[in-house]
Design a protein around this ligand. Structure first.
Ligand code: HEM
Length: 408
């Protein structure tokens, strides 16, 4: 296999830069890569080379391959200086393989069933309505990220984990620091530690008094399985749920609102027809692929690919954003079309680690899409589109702020 023609189009340094024209489109080089060569070896910021998989069907196939390991965190490839050999916490579902992963996933799956997630819906509706009320109580333009997109998912996770009401404001402030882009690193580290300590205290309280929440049920379920989770493992699960569920959903809410404001005819259609909300969620997830640099894996046994062999020990990136724009899977893929049947998209990953919280994310997005634009029909950007700043370097793509306004 020759690499020259397409790696010129796909910058060999990963992450590849988005084209200047449309901030919703992934790096231009992916289209060329999908066309001929399909995979390419790129240099990653973490300091190792990795094979990028670009086509929809091949991303799915490789992510389902048991010869891959997830012990490297899904986004380590874009974290300069990250330690690839770092010992993995035993409670980390994202970074476990095989039996251990299957055990943790089994313990958690029943927390994310359709039934369990539906039970959270009324509370999510309340949260969305309350936050719209608070928006409407404002005088001037409001940053939709801070006032709406960030707090809702964080409060939903409070509900899920059973964080007492009295602690929620502080919990939410801390989780906002963790996902912020402008806080100094020492503050982020301090808050990370504080959240770890808070979560350990919460777990201990649940161990003493079981309540009707995820952490309590996990403790009981793991005891029944005679493999009780330790405090450290439960803390790791709690923090993973917070991070995995907060930043992703928050960025989706703000970025998709911006994408809809840019395509007013689609926004009008969504506002007029609530039945469009479900396909719209899938299409916006596909179109925006907020886990922008894809997921990272290490290859444990040789995997032949065309004339190449991806060798044991090599690293691999499944480019979810590229697969989601593959013309073989989605005709006219760069077009946002809310009526498209896009539910087989890759935004939640694929294979054994496919997003556990996808039903929950779906309910949160549904309640936002069917309420926000109807209650504020004149919602619009308060600054020129060209002045919106995008998060080009963070693991989850989005906007840094979204100043919006409306007619009173
Ligand atoms: C729009 C919102 C979301 C997006 C785009 C998203 C995306 C993803 C992706 C791409 C993965 C796969 C990672 C990999 O293969 O290494 C993943 C895994 C995961 N997500 Fe989400 N996610 C979202 C919301 C949520 C929510 C709301 C929760 C829960 C509160 C959640 C919990 C998880 C967990 C626990 C995993 C790990 C599953 C495993 O390793 O078996 N996610 N997510």
């Amino acid at each position: 296999m020759t690499e020259t023609p397409t790696t010129e189009a796909l910058p060999t340094d990963f992450p590849a830069v988005r084209p200047s024209g449309c901030p919703f489109d992934p790096a231009t080089g992916y289209a060329a890569l999908r066309g001929h060569q399909r995979i390419a070896k790129v240099a990653t910021p973490v300091g190792v080379d990795a094979w990028v998989f670009s086509r929809y069907d091949e991303v799915r196939k490789v992510l389902a391959d048991p010869r891959l390991s997830s012990r490297v965190a899904p986004s380590t490839h874009v974290v300069p200086g990250a330690d690839l050999e770092r010992e993995v916490e035993s409670g980390s579902i994202l970074q476990s393989d095989g039996e251990r992963h299957a055990y943790l996933r089994r313990l958690l799956t029943s927390e994310f069933t359709v039934k369990r997630v539906q039970a959270l819906r009324p509370r999510i509706q309340e949260l969305v309505e309350e936050h719209i009320d608070a928006l409407l109580a404002h005088e001037g333009p409001v940053d939709l990220v801070q006032a709406f997109a960030l707090p809702i998912p964080s409060l939903v996770i409070c509900e899920l984990l059973g964080v007492p009401y009295a602690d929620r404001a502080e919990f939410q402030e801390r989780s906002a620091v963790l996902v912020s882009v402008d806080k100094p690193e020492d503050e982020v580290m301090r808050v990370n530690e504080e959240l770890g300590e808070y979560m350990a205290g919460l777990v201990q309280r649940k161990q003493a008094v079981r309540e009707d929440d995820l952490l309590s049920r996990l403790i009981t379920r793991s005891e029944e399985q005679e493999q009780p989770l330790t405090i450290e493992e439960l803390v790791s699960i709690g923090i993973t749920l917070l991070i995995a569920g907060h930043e992703t959903t928050a960025n989706m809410i703000a970025l998709s609102t911006l994408a809809l404001l840019r395509t007013p005819e689609q926004l009008d259609a969504l506002r007029d027809d609530p039945a469009l909300a479900k396909p719209a969620i899938e299409e916006l997830l596909r179109y925006l692929s907020v886990v922008q640099f894809g997921v990272f894996r290490q290859v444990m046994e040789d995997i032949p690919f065309g004339d190449e062999t991806i060798q044991a020990g090599d690293y691999l990136i499944a480019a979810l954003s590229s697969g989601n724009r593959d013309e073989r899977a989605f005709p006219d893929p760069d077009q946002l079309d809310l009526t498209r049947k896009a539910s087989a998209h890759l935004a939640f990953g694929f294979g054994p680690h496919q997003c556990l919280g996808q039903q929950l994310a779906g309910v949160e997005l549904y309640e936002v899409y069917t309420r926000l634009y109807r209650r504020i029909p004149t919602l619009r950007l308060a600054i020129p589109f060209e002045d919106v700043e995008f998060k080009d370097n963070t693991l989850v793509y989005g906007v840094k702020a979204l100043p919006v306004t409306w007619d009173r």
